[in-house]
Design a protein around this ligand. Sequence first.
Ligand SMILES: [Zn+2]
Length: 291
Amino acid sequence: MRRSTFVCLMLAVGSVLAAQAPAPKATPPRAMRLYVLDCGLLNISREGVERYHVTTTEVGETRMPVPCFLVAHPKGTLMWDVGVIPDDEVEKAAAGGARYDVNSTAAAVVTRTLRGQLAAVGYRPADITYVAISHAHKDHTANLNQFAAATWLTPRAEREFMWKPNNERVEPRFFSALEKSKWIPLDRDEYDVFGDGAAVIKAAPGHTPGHQVLVLNLTSVGKVMIAGDLYHYPAERGFRRAPPDNEFNVAQSAASRAKIEEYLSASKATIWIEHEWAAIAKLKKSPEYYE
Ligand SMILES: [Zn+2]
């Protein structure tokens, strides 16, 4: 082997090792950061699309992304929504990713672990300060057990919904460890996570009893609302159709949508619909971040 070839080979090996090694432990940033993580996707059947009162033609792209979000604030960290298939199962899966049927209309595929993506930016699940979910459906909760050491920010009604017997909309094995976690009940319209208005959780019930959204005031991007499943497809919002019939409470969902739309107009916040393919596809993904 020529020496130049050998040097190139060693550089290539070095860069692969660097990509796999976890980053050094992160230090608190000076300004709040938002990392968008890839927690998989959902393939949705025609029936699954139509449950949102839109047609496959109206929505165009029927697949839904499953993003997870890490907020790194000078005073601590917040994990928001934690995926659809637990990391342990993703690690064991063959090439092509882990698969899981959320229900008869939504089939999940996950190729990357949440903890691997966190490690790449210097965080371990055990070090996260707060964990919150938009709501407890299976596609938002898969890795909750890893965050049992965090303080859980949840409406009391959602917590009760999670341990309700025979509740088919949740997967108790995803969150059994949280039963003993420290938790703060969010029983008002707004909860200011770090006390400075930078990250505010707002109540938006109806999709589930304690569905909620996260508003971040980012210094360079402005106000962003990570809207959980207030909507699934942007067409639902554009056409102002009624919420799906299988909402926990359809009337409450409709009222939450109206209230949030008023808030969006007044605050000039940008809404990110978590399952909107085109919107999530164009976001910067971790290790890049928004500030
Ligand atoms: Zn969802």
